[in-house]
Design a protein around this ligand. Structure first.
Ligand SMILES: Cc1cc2nc3c(=O)[nH]c(=O)nc-3n(C[C@H](O)[C@H](O)[C@H](O)COP(=O)(O)OP(=O)(O)OC[C@H]3O[C@@H](n4cnc5c(N)ncnc54)[C@H](O)[C@@H]3O)c2cc1C
Ligand SMILES: *[C@@H]1O[C@H](CO)[C@@H](O)[C@H](O)[C@H]1NC(C)=O
Ligand SMILES: *[C@@H]1O[C@H](CO)[C@@H](O)[C@H](O)[C@H]1NC(C)=O
Ligand SMILES: *[C@@H]1O[C@H](CO)[C@@H](O)[C@H](O)[C@H]1NC(C)=O
Length: 433
């Protein structure tokens, strides 16, 4: 299909990438975003190889963004014992681009400037979409303006309003049992400490794993900052559990210093360096029935249809793949209904599998010391589908990083790694996967 008029609801990473992907094919795109200005979320984002290649192909200037090339994923237990390195030294040759660590604000800025530079994309801030006409299709904004289009894309995030209407039943995000603390610390004090310097100088994404929680750290902005994400279960979160209607709040470092007082010195020192930071509730849901409204002209994209925990650093990457596959499906088909059916058929199983794997990791990353931790540490040593670390099995890693989202081919989905013994789970009674 050619020369379409497209409305995208939501200017998150998903909506902005979709605007660029579709405009690159000659479509006319308008992005409607409810907020007046972009929120500055101080945090890092990990950008896997094929995802950055897609963005580059749509004109996003990632070259001038200050970023680090990831050396890989390192796994350490809470006592400080290194268990496994999954190096990424072959990533550039194998998948055609490096794996980057980028400041989220820098990535958004690069996307917005590519969007603003494109003559066929209009970005309208402060424009809340209040109603949808699924047949036309069209949307109506809060100020009463009706905007028709050939295609409407609901990229309105995890709290998506359009998702339930597309599915014909309410689909609410479900509490995963975890909260994430998103923390940025200055790199200078780390560089001054001989025990900590290596964290900034050698850009690994280090995962420290312990009872009911784990931390992930990596450097950002050419070694100026160090990004820390701490994920803990509500049970041991010393602050009050976050209410269901409260998605993000501020917290201070006294909580973290106490919570991690018996962890290894690296984690303790990182906690001591944190000032105030954001605390995010992590929610997801089982796979949706539909990503496309039965009338065949409105589709969901990004966190609106596949929210996941950040444990595979894949949420934004999957939204980027959504954008590429949607553009490819529109190129390949003559009717909107056929194009959107192909988009859903290619994307839903893949994104669903990635989301389910974040639940597998959630269990394995949060074990207490004991037989199941010992079993995990042993399984982690082998390049097999039983390795609970996603990237440690080359078949899964190739499946994740080597995917060409512009080719409409259905790759076979790898098997899920096993789950720990239910007795060892710190999420007893939670409905899983
Ligand atoms: C702690 C943490 C770490 C993460 N790390 C990574 C990582 O390393 N790598 C990675 O790939 N992903 C990561 N993710 C996931 C990633 O951030 C998300 O998957 C991604 O940002 C989702 O983008 P989106 O565009 O789908 O949704 P959002 O970013 O939520 O955007 C939705 C937009 O829609 C707008 N909107 C909503 N309703 C309306 C309406 N009615 N009218 C108009 N506008 C509307 C909202 O204002 C918002 O701007 C992480 C997530 C978390 C929580
Ligand atoms: C993704 O990686 C694979 C394997 O290296 C490659 O064949 C493919 O072309 C890549 N796709 C994109 C869009 O970069
Ligand atoms: C914008 O759209 C017009 C008309 O469809 C087209 O001729 C032009 O090439 C597009 N511009 C870009 C940069 O794609
Ligand atoms: C891991 O095992 C797969 C087969 O399951 C094999 O193709 C691959 O080469 C192995 N990788 C390494 C690094 O040993």
């Amino acid at each position: 299909m050619k020369d379409l008029t497209v409305l995208i609801v939501g200017a998150g990473i998903g909506g902005l990438q979709t605007a660029l992907a579709l405009a690159a094919d000659g479509h006319k795109v308008t992005v409607l975003e409810s907020v007046k200005e972009f929120l500055e979320v101080g945090a890092g984002i990990r950008v896997p190889p094929n995802s950055s290649r897609l963005s580059l192909s749509w004109g996003v200037d990632l070259d001038s963004v200050k970023k680090e090339v990831s050396l890989g994923n390192r796994f350490v237990d809470w006592h400080g014992t290194r268990l496994l390195d999954c190096p990424f030294d072959d990533v550039r040759t194998r998948y055609g681009a490096p794996y980057y660590f980028i400041h989220r604000a820098d990535l958004i800025a690069a996307l917005v400037s590519a969007v603003n530079a494109h003559p066929n994309i209009t970005l309208r801030m402060d424009t809340l979409v209040a109603a949808y006409d699924f047949e036309a299709p069209a949307v109506t904004t809060a100020s009463g303006e009706r905007l028709p289009a050939d295609l409407v894309v609901g990229a309105d995030g995890i709290k998506s309003v359009v998702r339930s209407a597309v599915n014909g039943e309410p689909v609410e995000p479900v509490d995963t049992g975890d909260v994430a603390y998103r923390i940025l610390v200055p790199a200078a004090p780390l560089l001054a400490d001989p025990e900590m310097r290596h964290l900034v100088e050698n850009p690994w994404a280090v995962h420290w794993m312990g009872p009911e929680g784990h931390a992930v750290g990596y450097p950002l902005r050419g070694g100026q900052l160090y990004n820390v994400i701490i994920d803990v279960t509500h049970g041991t979160d010393l602050g009050a559990p976050i209410g269901l209607d409260e998605w993000r709040s501020e917290a201070d470092n006294a909580h973290l210093v106490a919570r991690f007082a018996d962890w290894c010195p690296e984690v303790r020192k990182l906690c001591a360096l944190t000032g105030t930071y954001l605390k995010w509730k992590l929610a997801d849901f089982a796979q949706l029935g539909r990503w496309v409204h039965p009338a065949g002209r409105v589709a969901l994209l990004g966190d609106s249809c596949h929210p996941m925990m950040p444990y595979l650093a894949q949420g934004a990457a999957q939204a980027t793949e959504d954008a590429a596959t949607l553009a490819a499906a529109l190129r390949a088909h003559d009717t909107m209904r056929a194009a959107l059916a192909a988009y859903e058929a290619h994307r839903k199983p893949r994104a669903g599998y990635v989301a389910r794997n974040t639940r597998v990791l959630q269990e394995w990353l949060h074990l207490y010391d004991g037989p199941e931790k010992e079993r995990r540490d042993e399984l982690m040593r082998h390049n097999t589908s039983d390795n609970p670390v996603f990237w440690a099995h080359s078949v899964r890693r190739d499946w994740l990083f080597g995917h060409d989202a512009t080719a409409l081919t259905l790759d076979a989905i790898p098997a899920l790694p096993p789950m720990p013994h239910p007795e060892a789970s710190v999420y007893k009674g939670r409905q899983n996967l």
